[in-house]
Design a protein around this ligand. Structure first.
Ligand code: FDA
Length: 347
């Protein structure tokens, strides 16, 4: 990632593209009032665009906005942020940013960086586990490559008593992700691996059934990718209803007695309150589940929940490959987009 200010020459070269991106963003913001889904789709499409990535990451002020959501570039910066959060009573999930690698060398390099991260978590004693993406470990190159890389991570993590959660990516990867998860968890006995369920996918109702059956370690999210209506709810209200339904199933007596541990990952107060109400009504202790929020989002709420005795974990990304993660955060929150656009003008 280039954090240095762009030169006059490079900026001139980028100008038409920058204006295009700016116009797209501003037009998007105006249209947002009429069609929230349209803006979300535009930003999620840009998150996969190579030219948009080059343009945004090559423009210094973009980092100023992105760094609100990202702990830094190095493992030491990530550990320092984890330590600060721990001091406030917040647990951490560390994520070495990267996804959709196309070369085996990149996948292996990511694995090595995450091994280093596990070493540093152990040595520093911070209260943190690790989140990984299979596309970062090479699943789009070969399933076996990702399997082997994940096995190496789980082995190192287990030797330190640490856990590794597999983030869930686009719907085309869900079957493969669960396949690799099952092979490592059941085939090879790794009990330190967890998965993610996306409430917007229709299939999640079915997936939650078998995850409960096996007493899995599950993070429930709404889902952050651009998905067609053939596989995912298009309306926020439907996703929200599914989120609450799935949370209640994963918190049920049956699920808890089988060993399910649920992480409720959302910034949405309506979801948080629904889970709190369900837990209170069913006398579920606060330490039987946890809330998870993203680094830099709703900081006061994070601390408030912790001060009320809830277990709260903050997902902390770091590294140089921040572009797609950042664009997904913009897609979720138009106010962040506005902040981004005004920074372009100030630069
Ligand atoms: P949503 O975006 O629906 O917003 C609802 C309401 O929440 C808003 O109206 C507002 O009140 C409040 N809110 C949201 N953002 C806010 C902000 N920035 N400031 C103030 N209020 C805000 N996705 C995925 O597909 N795979 C994964 O593995 C993960 N992993 C993951 C881990 C963790 C810890 C979290 C928190 C999220 C993920 N996600 C994810 C992302 C997830 O799928 C989803 O896209 C985002 O969490 C946004 O959805 P929310 O539930 O936060 O609310």
């Amino acid at each position: 990632m280039n954090k240095t200010p762009v030169t006059a020459t490079s900026r001139t070269r980028q100008t038409p593209g920058l204006f295009f991106l700016l116009s797209a963003a501003i037009t998007g913001y105006v249209f947002y009032r009429y069609s929230e889904g349209w803006l979300r789709s535009l930003l999620l499409s840009l998150s996969r665009s190579i030219w948009a990535r080059r343009m945004v990451t090559g423009f210094g002020p973009a980092w100023r906005v992105a760094s609100r959501f990202i702990a830094g570039e190095s493992v030491e910066e990530a550990i320092a942020v984890a330590r600060q959060l721990n001091a406030k009573g917040l647990k951490v999930a560390l994520d070495y940013l990267g996804e959709s690698v196309t070369q085996a060398e990149e996948a292996n390099a990511a694995r090595d960086q995450i091994l280093l991260l596990l070493d540093r978590i152990h040595e520093s004693g911070v209260d943190a586990y690790v989140s990984v993406k299979l596309s970062q470990l090479g699943v789009k190159i070969a399933e076996n490559l990702a399997l082997e890389n994940l096995r190496a991570l789980l082995t190192r993590a287990r030797s330190y008593g640490l856990r590794v959660r597999i983030d869930m990516e686009e719907s085309a990867l869900v079957d493969t992700t669960f396949d690799i998860y099952r092979r490592l968890r059941h085939g090879e006995g790794f009990d330190n691996v967890g998965v993610v369920i996306q409430a917007y996918l229709y299939r999640s109702e079915e997936d939650v059934r078998w995850l409960i059956e096996e007493g899995a370690w599950v993070r429930l999210v709404k889902g952050a990718y651009k998905e067609p209506p053939t596989v995912a709810y298009a309306r926020k209200a439907d996703t929200d209803a599914a989120f609450i339904r799935l949370a209640e199933q994963l918190l049920s007596e049956q699920a808890r007695s089988r060993g399910v541990h649920l992480a409720v990952a959302t910034h949405d107060d309506a979801m948080i309150r629904a889970v709190q109400r369900y837990a209170e009504t069913h006398h579920i202790p606060q330490d039987a589940y946890e809330f998870q929020l993203l680094y830099g989002i709703r900081r006061e709420r994070q601390e408030q929940l912790a001060s009320q005795g809830y277990c709260v974990r903050i997902y902390v990304p770091y590294g140089t490959a921040w572009y797609p993660y950042f664009m997904r955060r913009l897609a979720e929150r138009p106010a962040n987009l506005w902040f981004f656009v005004t920074n372009f003008f100030r630069a």
